[in-house]
Ligand binder design. Sequence first.
Ligand code: MN
Length: 256
Amino acid sequence: MLLSQDFFRSSISRRQWLKTTSLSATLAPSILLLSNNQQAAANQKTAQLALSAGTFSLPKLPYAEDALEPYIDAKTMNIHHTKHHQAYIDNLNKLIAGTGMEKESVENILKNLEKLPANVRTGIRNNAGGHYNHTLFWQMMTPKPTELKGELLTAINETFKSLENLLKSMKSAAMTRFGSGWAWLVYQKGKLAVASSPNQDNSIMDASGFPLLGVDVWEHAYYLKYQNRRADYVDAWTKIINWEFAASRFNEAKKL
Ligand code: MN
């Protein structure tokens, strides 16, 4: 079920909706980076003119642009972070203005897409999804070797038999995602699962899972170095996974 291509596309029932809304307060502290940052907004010299809200800003990378070499090259990191991620943020800030949801966290926006006006809903889905996914993605990688251990290791071994099998499954999800999208390890209702999503969708949008790990398989994530060799890029990504971050996400997920 979780590997279904339409996994992230399922409609949100009213019951799920209410449940999701009630979870919002609990979820909020898990990713402080993603909240509307009023302090950053105040510091912005441009003041964004009429944009009194919708002031999301680009989070700094937790390492230097060349830190993930040779697995991910500095030029790709620079363009991916300062151009692609920035563009999602700029578009989100424009689109969210006037919707009444300007002050919501990205998580709350993603959980309440149906409440948005129809003419901006898809744009906000794509760009808020892009902001959320990339903010996580930078943290899901690290130049520092990290070890998978503890409860997440136990859970992975129980579900996938081994770390190697999990990584094979994620690679398969990444390779079978046609076009642009993501492959994920998510936690939902006590279970780990591998999934993939199209575009900038994620499992927050339909409350189908809490993302622990994700790999961006848009061509912009790898084309400069790997060209069409998505498999080589995904193999490289497995060398720089931030297992400590995944474990912290797992701990958050279990509290939900
Ligand atoms: Mn990307």
